[in-house]
Design a protein around this ligand. Structure first.
Ligand code: SF4
Length: 281
């Protein structure tokens, strides 16, 4: 009998901890502000742009008065994120320090540089891609090759710059020949992406391509169906869209990606986050 009571006490404590954590992040079903808005509200503004696709109606986005806004917006580096990672530049520096001269998977044997990430440690908007390519491997910076230049144009068309957002990949070292990362490589590297995002605590994440979208959203849905549909990563509104490398091969996809990015801009506006420059129409 006392075992059952102990178990119940433990379960209740775990549930309370999780609830508090979810509220802190403005996660599903736990309003963290007085008037929560949903991604569905943002999508409704676009008047059925993706009416045939499933909508993340249950996804709550904390409003500008919430703790999340203070952390994810213009704000100060305050508090301690989940995974015990300090928020902002200090947290990113600690994650990078922990990564060190990483030898945790075989990709360390062929890489030239670890490609950690670049941008504003307090960015409201974070772009997550798959893995570095050849140019990125040489320069140690994500998205600097042809696909990266296209991503830069997309960011600038939104009214941001590379300095005002943050850009990183799921995998920090280049897979030889740009092959897809192996599951053990993902398993070894993904914890550092999680810690990176815990330090950044952005308002919105854009998942670039199938790999990043599947990794962040824990789904196998094809990117052609997934893109343009809001999901959440750890309570953070996440928009999957096509990878810029795909757009170089399939330019007709640019129109759809721009739709997705306009949806991101609308969501950020709802959260009180405006780009520094006007977005292009
Ligand atoms: S891919 Fe990630 S886990 Fe593997 S060696 Fe590079 S930094 Fe370490």
């Amino acid at each position: 009998m006392s075992d059952a009571r102990d178990e119940l006490r433990t379960l209740t404590a775990q549930f309370r901890t999780r609830l508090g954590w979810s509220a802190r992040w403005g996660a599903v079903g736990v309003p963290s502000g007085p008037s929560p808005r949903t991604i569905a509200d943002v999508q409704a503004l676009e008047e059925g742009q993706h009416a045939e696709e499933p909508r993340a109606d249950e996804v709550l986005v904390a409003d500008g008065e919430s703790e999340n806004a203070e952390i994810g917006g213009q704000g100060a580096c305050v508090g301690q994120g989940p995974l015990d990672v300090p928020v902002g530049a200090q947290g990113l520096a600690l994650v990078r320090e922990e990564l060190g001269d990483c030898q945790r998977c075989d990709l360390c044997q062929t890489r030239k540089n670890i490609v950690f990430g670049v941008g504003n440690p307090q960015a409201s908007l974070v772009f997550v891609g798959e893995a570095p390519g050849g140019d990125e491997d040489v320069q140690g910076e994500p998205f600097v090759g042809a696909a990266g230049q296209l991503l830069t144009k997309m960011i600038e068309a939104m009214g941001f710059s590379r300095d005002t957002v943050y850009i990183c990949n799921v995998i920090k070292c280049r897979p030889p020949g740009n092959r897809n990362p192996e599951p053990d490589e993902v398993a070894a590297c993904e914890p550092f992406l999680k810690k990176q995002l815990a330090a950044l605590r952005p308002r919105v994440i854009v998942a670039l391509g199938k790999f990043a979208a599947h990794c962040l959203l824990r789904t196998e849905t094809p990117i052609t169906r997934l893109r343009g549909t809001w999901g959440t990563y750890e309570g953070i509104a996440t928009m999957p869209t096509f990878h810029p490398a795909y757009l170089l091969r399939t330019p007709e996809g640019k129109r759809l990606v721009w739709q997705d990015l306009k949806s991101v801009l609308a969501a950020l506006k709802q959260m009180g986050v405006e780009p520094p420059n006007p977005a292009r129409a």
